[in-house]
Design a protein around this ligand. Structure first.
Ligand SMILES: [Fe+2]
Length: 454
């Protein structure tokens, strides 16, 4: 498909998704802060427009619509807890701002060349960046909606698919080199670049994410009361924050229920556990005689094809992800139509079910090594700190990745049920503090061939 046509369609699909998510909300729920960890939803929405104003208008040579709004909607100038006190645009003004910016951005796209030396425009990079930014904020907004108090937000749900095939418990990834990261994915972020060879010793990795049922065994075994399983900082945090089980779990007699979008449901034992912080994931792994995979191990298990000796864009192969009619899901038509088709059999993305699906629900989405559900369902914590790859160059701005490099942040991989297909790929890197639990994150375990963790 023509690249400009695809960009226009992707921009439209992202916007439809943002507006669909917020459409059911009462005005007061748009401006209220539902958690000090999150922005008021109306801030996210206008920030999406301001980012587009900066990058698809001013950065490509035309006047912006709202330079006077830059301070209010600059994520680096105002931490989330302070955003409710800003002078925010109301719903109507936000809608007008978004529409004005979009119409000028599409006009400008018409006039520019995408086949140029400028790295900003080449292959539509800056448009891909803005599309992905909107989808990433949509996932953040879903985390906010999930924190809203009861009776909460009730999305239209499609039932999650049941397990179709039992995966083996673990798979062995033999020793050897593989290619990590990418140099040729046009819309990849700077932190995914460049492609480089990493030589790993052999390791075992769980074929599927750890489930609620498995995690409940750790809770029942007193895992939260035994400092042996926790790193020192994690034990201190477990005590300070009073952690006793994953966020949103509540005891019900002899079992558990969990709260989703403000509604209590029986705990789904077969689904991947979510809303655990890195410290909890790490403690579970140690209790199970294992460890978290490194980021490199995760990517090799997800992306490397040891027979063809090539790196796959998705665990099941290279893209684009196709719909049933053969057209690419990450392009063309509107947002709604991208939600069906072949992708639905491969991975749980795009809030199709507003929650994770049972382990074993996507056998067709397995990686070359036989790992399932590596994209979608839950982000997966890895043991790795967020660091630059060898040869990293910040682009197009330091605040996307570089200012976050260091030991404070742990890397998450794979994408969740709330991640859009345009953002989901085996090289994509997410990162967060090891105490964060509101994100849609779980984990799988790994171990060395000679026994347990290291
Ligand atoms: Fe942002």
């Amino acid at each position: 498909m023509d690249l400009k046509r695809r960009i226009v369609d992707e921009l439209a699909a992202g916007r439809a998704r943002s507006l669909d998510l917020l459409e059911p909300l009462a005005p007061e729920d748009l401006v209220r802060q539902h958690s000090p960890l999150m922005s008021p939803l109306i801030w996210d929405l206008a920030h999406i427009g301001n980012y587009e104003d900066l990058w698809l208008l001013r950065a490509v040579g035309v006047d912006g619509v709202g330079p006077h709004l830059d301070d209010t909607y600059d994520a680096f100038r105002h931490p989330r807890r302070d955003r409710p006190s800003l002078d925010l645009l109301d719903r109507t003004a936000t809608g007008r701002y978004l529409t004005d910016v979009r119409s000028r951005a599409v006009d400008r796209l018409d006039a520019v060349s995408l086949d140029v030396e400028s790295p900003l425009l080449r292959d539509g990079f800056v448009y891909g960046m803005v599309v992905q930014h909107e989808h990433q904020h949509d996932e953040t907004m879903l985390a906010t909606l999930n924190l809203m108090a009861a009776p909460g937000y009730r999305p239209a749900l499609l039932p999650t698919p049941a397990a179709r095939a039992a995966a083996p418990a673990e798979v062995l990834v033999e020793a050897g080199p593989f290619v990590m990261g990418t140099s040729d994915e046009p819309w990849a972020y700077d932190n995914e670049r460049p492609a480089h060879v990493v030589d790993l010793p052999a390791f075992w990795i769980d074929a599927a994410p750890v489930t609620n049922g498995q995690y409940a065994e750790f809770v029942a075994a007193g895992g939260y009361d035994d400092p042996r399983w926790w790193v020192q900082d994690g034990w201190a945090w477990r005590q300070e924050a009073g952690l006793e089980h994953p966020q949103f779990w509540q005891r019900t007699g002899d079992g558990w229920c969990h709260r989703r979008f403000g509604w209590d449901e029986p705990l789904a034992a077969a689904e991947p556990v979510q809303h655990v912080c890195w410290y909890e994931a790490d403690a579970y792994a140690r209790w199970a005689g294992k460890r978290l995979p490194t980021e490199a191990e995760w990517e090799k298990a997800a992306a490397w094809d040891p027979v063809a000796e090539c790196h796959r864009r998705y665990p099941w192969g290279d893209g684009p992800i196709e719909r049933a009619d053969g057209s690419p899901a990450n392009g063309s038509a509107g947002y709604g139509s991208a939600r069906g088709g072949a992708l639905a059999a491969l991975a749980n993305l795009d809030q199709r079910h507003f929650g994770p699906a049972a382990v074993g629900a996507y056998p067709a989405g397995a990686s070359a090594y036989g790992c399932v559900q590596m994209l979608g369902d839950v982000w997966e914590w890895t043991s790795s700190d967020f660091r630059p790859y060898p040869g990293f160059a910040a682009y197009p701005y330091r605040e996307y990745s570089e200012v976050f490099f260091g030991p404070e942040y742990k890397v998450l991989r794979g994408g969740s049920w709330a991640t859009h297909p345009t953002v989901a790929r085996t090289t994509f890197r997410n990162w967060d503090y090891p105490i964060r639990r509101q994100i849609f994150a779980g984990f799988r375990c790994a171990r060395d061939p000679d026994g347990g963790g290291r």
